[in-house]
Ligand binder design. Structure first.
Ligand code: CA
Length: 233
């Protein structure tokens, strides 16, 4: 999952980055409205963590602009998807600020300082909702992926996965029945600073197949990878 953090406090931003990366999220940090908008126009993000007080204006302005974007499913590339989940994080603890943030189109709100475990739980809830899922677990045959516990069970037995292997499996499970190209997977697994080898995704797929069996992840040659739906013949 690719996360955009808009936060001008370097300490907070760095803490968020390292905490979320440990959980397998790909994190990009921007410190200004202008750079964040440019980022949203250049990559698809799964979630935005938005600070309100920024050097070049109020985070609410970016939120308003995002919600008015013509981008979305079926729209031309390189327009931010107006449905991108946004969680506001700010020191402003006035009720009026919370209300105006939500009314501008934020999906959730945390007042600083907040607990990182609570932030992650709220992020999971937003990502689940954005993916159209009600159930917190991803279940596929005898495979169970738990995004909260960060565990994978196969026939009841735990399977050890590296953070990016876990993230890749989660992406494929959430998109069951849909082919994802190597490029689509790369943009959701890596941030700008990651040096991505040309075969990075293939290597992760190879490891997942070794740990979970060859049949789970299928290749559509020249197009990408997918996990077939449970109910497919
Ligand atoms: Ca700030």
């Amino acid at each position: 999952m690719r996360i955009l953090v808009l936060e001008d406090d370097a300490g907070i931003a760095g803490g968020l980055r390292s905490n979320l990366q440990q959980r397998g999220y790909a994190v990009d940090v921007c410190g200004t409205l202008a750079s964040a908008w440019a980022a949203l126009c250049s990559e698809p993000f799964d979630l935005v963590l938005l600070d309100l007080g920024l050097p070049d204006g109020d985070g609410g302005a970016l939120l308003r602009r995002l919600r008015q974007s013509p981008g979305g499913q079926g729209a031309p590339d390189r327009l931010p998807d107006r449905l991108t989940p946004v969680l506001i994080m700010t020191a402003r603890d006035q009720v009026a600020d919370r209300i105006s943030g939500l009314d501008l189109g934020a999906d959730d709100y945390l007042v600083k300082p907040f607990d990182l475990d609570e932030l992650q739980a709220r992020m999971r809830a937003l990502l689940r909702r954005a993916g159209g899922r009600a159930h917190p677990l991803l279940v596929h045959g005898d495979l169970v992926l738990d995004p909260a516990a960060h565990t994978v069970l196969r026939a009841g037995q735990p399977v050890e996965l590296a953070p990016r292997e876990f993230a890749l499996l989660q992406l494929l499970l959430e998109s069951r029945g849909r082919v994802l190209s190597r490029q689509q997977l790369e943009t959701r697994l890596y941030n700008w600073q990651d040096a991505v080898g040309s075969n990075a995704v293939e290597v992760h797929v190879h490891h997942l197949r070794r740990k979970l069996g060859e049949a789970l992840i299928q290749t559509l040659r020249g197009v990408g990878y997918f996990i077939p739906r449970d109910d497919a013949p």
